[in-house]
Design a protein around this ligand. Structure first.
Ligand code: NAD
Length: 697
């Protein structure tokens, strides 16, 4: 028998044990082993029933992602063939679910005739999260086992349900509180003793009362509302309807057809790209996975402002004790009060227990003396964004921090190498660029300096994952990956205003395309003064970098965005909803007069192309310069830090989907237009477009 599954017989009960670590992914060898186990159990006259069991961690996580896109995933037996063998089995089959049964793993359990589960087990059909549907009978079996409304909910959200809920709904027959295998064998013996044979899900009817048509009309309407941009949820509803209205085999056929359609959609391809991209970001070619890491038991955060507070929360949320250090008592008090207020808001929404909040707050130690950082394994500074301030701080830290401590900077623009250079330990210095709000946003750009030690990089990446971030490595450059790109995007958004757009037209087009927020509303949220400061610096440092001055005109009037109640839009007190402001239209019109531009009508398509291709072109430079390691890392930066819609897969994946020759042609065209001089096609883009290749391999 294949090693990935073992077979034994105990007291007339066959035990088929899935053994394909780490999650019992249903790879080829495991599928083969399960099939052989089934055949043995069927053939052995001493066997009266069979139990399927995985590990304590996982019954099965479904398809083996290591086999994705390889011929192995198609090798026989397939999961549906195993399901057929399960259906044909004359002896009762019991799935013993420990850990989790996800996707194909739950479909395997649904192919069994009975299911028992450990109390902490989790059950899910999460395929929708990859833009597909459970394609091995899940959409047909689940609605026959639990009420159809619940099945639709489980499959369209993809969220797991705990074993107890499964028991309540009928997905789990019994919860086994003691040893799972023993309990499952006892359960199987009981079935045999009671003369209970196979109970095939395929022979059951869907669990629905009342008017099926009316139910699905309403389900469709409800699911459509929540699934803008994604086709899979509605296809799942259609499959569930088929489970209610068609015989099992016809329903399966329909499911197979819909699966085949979804797999080919751009949305599903984008979501699958994102799934794999996330697993790539910590793979660094010259830093092997077995690189030794340093232990991080405690942290110090310097600065209790916007970022220091959020960073501290991220750390204590993961159980890392933090000493939070400020210069003055009132700033420290304010910082801690903000943290407390944030937690209290989560408690009041019922999403955090009071005890848990107390436990987290207790992990925070406030301090006013930098010497309090002396025992920390990692020190993260989030003080003012000025080179002199940061260098002064790092000099002091160099004298205070214990040998081997990691010294990290949260700078968003400054040169990490220049910061490292003032210390005697540049190998211990690294950038950790969090995004605001730092306790919420998943992105963490990890800035690798020229002298950053490999173990320091590996440790920081590991810590990033531990605090539930998506760490993406960036080389040193102004703005790193994300903000360097966004500058070009912002530049285009202002040129669009010069040429004839209103802020609301630009934002609406971007949002309709799928961005969480348009560029001008985003500026208002971040604070327009921040961009203004950068531009002022640029006017001196890089006089060739052209900006529309319309952004400065807005700032000169003290309109800094949400924080001043006025920016590109108006804001009512306590409300973040942007309200178009005729005053802004006047400012823009005056500016157009001043520069002699006659406004023209600009299509939404052009708006989106100019914004997105500005990102793509800069990203191509970033990739070529080796600032980013791979195109998919850039995609992850935008997906997790900039509200890029997952169904577009990130800017690079989107450009690949459009086709690089088309992207290049559009850029060439923009070169002829207003401020066309800023468009310089990246050599990598030109090369790949000519060769018919993609950014993402
Ligand atoms: P902030 O002004 O809200 O907070 C900075 C805090 O640092 C202040 O409370 C100040 O009292 C304290 N501080 C200054 N010097 C200090 C010192 N020597 N010792 C102890 N405390 C000191 O600023 P912020 O928005 O939190 O930004 C902090 C850093 O994070 C900057 O480098 C910024 O560029 C970066 N950053 C900011 C954002 C953002 O969206 N705000 C995003 C990413 C990165």
């Amino acid at each position: 028998m294949s090693e990935a599954a073992s077979y034994s017989v105990r007291d007339g009960i066959a035990v088929i044990t899935l053994n394909n670590p780490p999650v019992n992914g249903l790879g080829h060898l495991l599928r083969k082993g399960i099939m052989e186990g089934l055949q043995k159990a069927a053939a052995d006259s001493a066997v009266q029933a069979a139990v399927f069991i995985g590990s304590a961690k996982a019954f099965s996580g479904g398809a083996d992602i290591r086999e994705f896109n390889t011929p192995k995933s198609f090798e026989k037996p397939s999961l549906p063939e195993i399901n057929e063998a399960q259906d044909a089995m004359q002896k009762p089959l019991v799935a013993a679910i420990g850990g989790f049964a996800m996707g194909g793993g739950l479909e395997l359990a649904l192919g069994c005739h009975y299911r028992v589960a450990a109390p902490k087990a989790q059950l899910a059909l999460p395929e929708v999260k990859l833009g597909i549907l459970p394609g091995a009978g899940g959409t047909q079996r689940l609605p026959r086992v639990i009420p159809v409304a619940k099945a639709v909910e489980m499959m369209t959200t993809g969220n797991p349900i705990p074993a107890e809920k499964g028991k309540e709904l009928g997905l789990v027959d019994e919860i086994v509180a003691s040893d799972l295998l023993e309990g499952a064998i006892v359960y199987a013996k009981k079935l045999v003793a009671q003369g209970k044979g196979p109970r095939r899900v395929r022979d059951m009817s869907a669990k629905i009362d009342g008017d099926v048509k009316a139910f699905f009309a309403q389900a469709r309407e409800q699911v459509a509302k929540g699934s803008r941009g994604y086709p899979a949820p509605l296809e799942i509803v259609a499959c569930a309807e088929a489970a209610c209205t068609r015989p099992f085999d016809e329903g399966r056929k329909f499911e197979r057809e819909r699966f085949a359609v979804l797999v080919e959609t751009a949305e599903s391809k984008a979501l699958r790209h994102m799934f794999f991209a996330e697993r790539q970001t910590t793979k660094i070619p010259d830093v092997p996975e077995d690189t030794p890491t340093r232990e991080v038991k405690t942290a110090a955060v310097i600065g209790a402002g916007t970022m220091g507070g959020g960073i501290s929360m991220s750390l204590v949320n993961a159980g890392v004790p933090v000493t939070i250090i400020e210069m003055k008592q009132d700033a420290l008090d304010r910082g801690l009060a903000t943290i407390r207020k944030n937690y209290a808001a989560t408690v009041s929404k019922g999403r955090l227990k009071q005890e848990e909040m107390d436990r987290r707050m207790a992990l925070l130690t406030p301090a006013l003396d930098l010497a309090a950082a002396k025992d920390a394994d990692i020190v993260i500074e989030a003080v003012f964004e000025r080179m002199d301030v940061k260098q002064d701080l790092f000099r002091k830290l160099d004298a205070i921090a214990r040998p081997g401590a990691i010294l990290a900077s949260n700078t968003s623009t400054l040169d990490v190498d220049q910061i490292a250079a003032v210390t005697k330990r540049p190998q211990d210095v690294i950038g950790t660029h969090f995004f605001s709000p730092a306790n919420v946003m998943r992105l963490l750009e990890v800035v690798r300096g020229a002298k950053t030690g490999k173990d320091v990089l590996a440790t920081t990446l590991k810590l990033g994952k531990r605090i539930k971030k998506v760490p993406v490595v960036s080389g040193v450059c102004d703005g790193f990956i994300g903000n360097r790109m966004v500058e070009k995007y912002g530049q285009q958004s202002l040129f669009l205003l010069d040429e004839g757009c209103s802020p609301q037209q630009v934002d609406a087009a971007a949002q309709k395309w799928g961005l969480a927020m348009g560029p001008l509303a985003m500026g208002d949220m971040a604070g327009l003064d921040i961009g203004w400061e950068i531009r002022k610096r640029r006017y001196v440092e890089r006089p060739n970098f052209v900006y529309s001055k319309v952004g400065d005109r807005i700032c000169e009037l003290g309109r800094y965005g949400q924080k001043t109640g006025k920016g590109w839009y108006l804001y009512e007190p306590g409300n973040r909803k942007p309200i178009p402001d005729p005053e802004v239209d006047r400012i823009i019109a005056d500016y157009r007069n001043e520069i002699g531009v006659k406004p023209r009508q600009i299509s939404d398509e052009e708006i989106v192309e100019r914004l997105i291709y500005a990102l793509v072109n800069e990203a191509a430079y970033i990739l070529e310069e080796g600032i980013a390691l791979r195109a998919s890392d850039i995609d992850m930066v935008y997906l997790t830090g900039y509200g890029f819609p997952p169904y577009r897969g990130g800017p690079m994946f989107y450009a690949d989907t459009v086709g690089l020759p088309k992207v290049l042609a559009a850029i060439e065209n923009f070169r002829q237009g207003y401020q066309g001089g800023v468009w310089k096609p990246a050599p990598l883009l030109v090369k790949l477009a000519k060769a018919g290749q993609r950014f993402n391999g």
